[in-house]
Write a protein that binds this ligand. Structure first.
Ligand code: URA
Length: 228
């Protein structure tokens, strides 16, 4: 680990006791069904559909929709829960305090924010940042399904319980999903589950666990680069 990494880790409040603390990285198959790339939407049409969406009542309270940012061919897709107040104001995911922590976490792995795709399960802010309802997730997640099918990232990183449970179709607690070999849907895209940065702001001691999860994520990426 170089001094730049160490600097970013320190700024995240992470103490790394030894470099090789990661558990064995999952090595799931990376096969992808190419026909699922054609979802019936162009990227621009999908953006427009999200922008004009009135499928649920969140359209009345939102300032704007938050589609997601990043390259449409990104290798990694980070998926959070839903926009908060800052995101609702700026129209971009993870720009508030939690987002700033996410950006620092990316830097610790030499990743720039603009090189990954960042989005949420919900594209509109739930009032008072309440948890998304099952119905909201069911309706809004079709947009996320299209995004994943179009970007076809090599890796999905679920930030927090709502995203993990949606992607995996399970109701297990997040701690049971971390560190396991998991994949998303018929595309079988590897999924890494980790804590939401907002949780880390409240529970900074768990930053080491997220660091471990991201190390596993990097191993999966490296493995997929070798096999492609
Ligand atoms: N929390 C999320 O889950 N997503 C955001 O975009 C911001 C905060």
């Amino acid at each position: 680990m170089n001094s730049k990494h160490q600097y970013y880790l320190n700024s995240m409040g992470i103490t790394v006791w030894q470099d090789k603390q990661a558990v064995d990285a999952p090595k799931p198959a990376l096969e992808v069904c190419s026909e699922e790339k054609s979802t019936g939407y162009s990227w621009e049409a999908l953006q427009q559909a999200v922008k004009n969406c009135t499928q649920c009542e969140l359209c009345h309270s939102r300032k704007q929709t938050v589609f997601g940012v990043g390259p449409a061919d990104a290798d990694i897709m980070f998926i959070g829960e839903a926009p908060g107040a800052s995101e609702d104001r700026q129209g971009e995911p993870f720009v508030g305090r939690a987002g700033q922590l996410l950006t620092r976490m990316l830097h610790a792995f030499d990743i720039e924010r603009q090189d990954v795709f960042i989005t949420n399960v919900l594209k509109c802010r739930p009032p008072l940042n309440r948890d998304p309802s099952g119905e909201e997730v069911a309706q809004c997640s079709t947009y996320l399904q299209h995004q994943v099918a179009m970007v076809q990232p090599k890796l999905l990183i679920a930030l927090g319980r709502v995203s993990a449970r949606y992607l995996l179709g399970v109701t297990a607690p997040l701690r049971q999903l971390r560190g396991r070999k998991l994949t998303y849907g018929s595309l079988k895209i590897p999924v890494i589950v980790t804590y939401h940065p907002a949780y880390l702001l409240r529970n900074p001691r768990d930053k080491n666990k997220v660091f471990q999860d991201l190390q596993n994520a990097m191993k999966i990426l490296k493995t997929s680069e070798k096999s492609s």
